[in-house]
Design a protein around this ligand. Structure first.
Ligand code: CO8
Length: 378
């Protein structure tokens, strides 16, 4: 959708909640390898008989070379490195307690509201957009709305890797149509509970984070700087190459509710090869629709799943290696923070842009999905 009417929509503030705890590759690999060794010893007979697959060791060198990830922030380290558990430990919160996702979402939301100079009274819509919500209802967004004392309406939406950008698209549409005057879009990506820490192909990929954006009309914006949204563009193509089969039907399925396929799993190489060209084409076409070329863009805030993938996408888009800083990386510290990756990159790497500079947020991954916004700094 192109912002053709006189009504200009802007991002007036952003915020982030970064977990206090970190797990390095070295720590993760050490615990995985101890787990794998124990598993192989306990299943020696079945491995010898060919009925159980041997677990091969993970490697820091592989992880860094294949993904660019060096560490990840986690809500809690508790349980993840315990070879007898291999999953985080989150005590269940009572029905009268704030949920984990609302808690981290509120921290990011408060920072975004401060940056935008907005109070709860100014906001009239809350969108929570994330790869998972910890319960289907009442919506996490309504819980955040209540905790922040915001009037209006709130809802949750999923969209895997593109939840955050698709959420911003919905915010843009609501502001354009007039159904909202100031939207708080929150991405509480609490994903470590869905990571299969017993799988060496994916145990290193993800980290937790929450991001938030305040979006409003230019005419109401009082922030010292903001980003006008020139245009939004979304694309989806069905693929099972990144998949999670956890859902409400499990109760009726009579299957193992915590089986490997109920957690995140993917064919990483296929995803890499299939999604990169689609993302590059999407970026070029989106810019082209605004009569912009990739060289007009001062900064690309890309999805943060894999450094090699981002380098490939940018090279394909620009026709050359990217100069330093054109597409900043945060996944070395954050890992893949699901849909929040491109928003973290935007939040941490936009202050040096000048009035009139063009930037582009672009997510890509599970679904498959690609979501982008072209921005101009005011
Ligand atoms: N240590 C050592 N060796 C390993 C390890 C490891 N940890 N893992 C795999 N290997 C081995 C493989 O088994 C393979 O061995 P062999 O050749 O003998 O079969 C060899 O290394 C090479 O494996 P790959 O070909 O798979 O390696 P790649 O170079 O492709 O790297 C990656 C693997 C890093 C996974 C890469 O393919 C990748 O990043 N692809 C892109 C994937 C992507 O973008 N996915 C999107 C993720 S979804 C998302 O972003 C958010 C939505 C969902 C949120 C869910 C939260 C839980």
């Amino acid at each position: 959708m192109v912002n053709s009417s006189a009504q200009k929509i802007v991002i007036s503030g952003s915020g982030i909640w970064t977990p206090p705890e970190v797990i390095t590759n070295e720590e993760l690999v050490e615990s995985y390898n101890a787990y794998a060794e124990k598993f192989n010893t306990e299943h020696a007979a079945q491995i010898a008989a060919g009925t159980v697959e041997e677990k091969y060791p993970s490697s820091v060198r592989f992880i860094e070379k294949a993904s660019g990830i060096k560490a990840r922030y986690v809500y809690t380290r508790e349980g993840i490195l315990d070879t007898g558990r291999m999953r985080p430990s989150f005590p269940e919160r009572k029905e009268d307690e704030l949920s984990y996702q609302a808690e981290i979402g509120i921290s990011a939301a408060r920072e975004a509201m401060n940056a935008a100079g907005r109070t709860a009274a100014d906001i009239d819509a809350v969108i929570v957009a994330a790869a998972y919500t910890q319960r289907p209802y009442p919506a996490i967004a309504i819980e955040i709305q209540e905790a922040l004392d915001i009037d209006g309406f709130a809802f949750d939406m999923l969209g895997a890797c593109s939840a955050a950008t698709f959420g911003l698209h919905r915010a843009y549409d609501a502001l354009k149509s007039g159904s909202a005057k100031c939207v708080l879009a929150v991405n509480p990506e609490l994903v470590t509970p869905q990571v299969n820490f017993c799988d060496r192909d994916s145990h290193f990929i993800f980290g937790d984070v929450a991001t938030a954006i305040v979006m409003e009309r230019l005419e109401t914006c009082t922030a010292s700087s903001c980003y006008e949204i020139l245009s939004t563009k979304a694309l989806t193509r069905f693929s099972s190459n990144i998949r999670c089969n956890f859902g409400h039907m499990i109760y009726a399925h009579d299957v193992e509710p915590f089986g490997w396929d109920k957690l995140f799993h993917q064919s990483g190489r296929k995803v890499f090869e299939e999604v990169s060209p689609v993302a590059a084409r999407h970026i070029r076409e989106h810019l082209g629709s605004l009569d912009l070329t990739p060289d007009d863009v001062r900064r690309f805030w890309l999805h943060q799943a894999n450094l090699n993938m981002n380098n490939m996408v940018i090279k394909e888009v620009l026709g050359r290696e990217a100069e330093n800083g054109v597409a900043p990386t945060v996944l070395d510290r954050y890992g893949n923070a699901a849909s929040a990756g491109s928003i973290i990159a935007f939040h941490l790497h936009n202050s040096d842009l000048e009035k009139g500079d063009i930037g582009m947020i672009c997510s890509f991954g599970a679904g498959y999905s690609v979501g982008s916004l072209v921005l101009e700094k005011h």
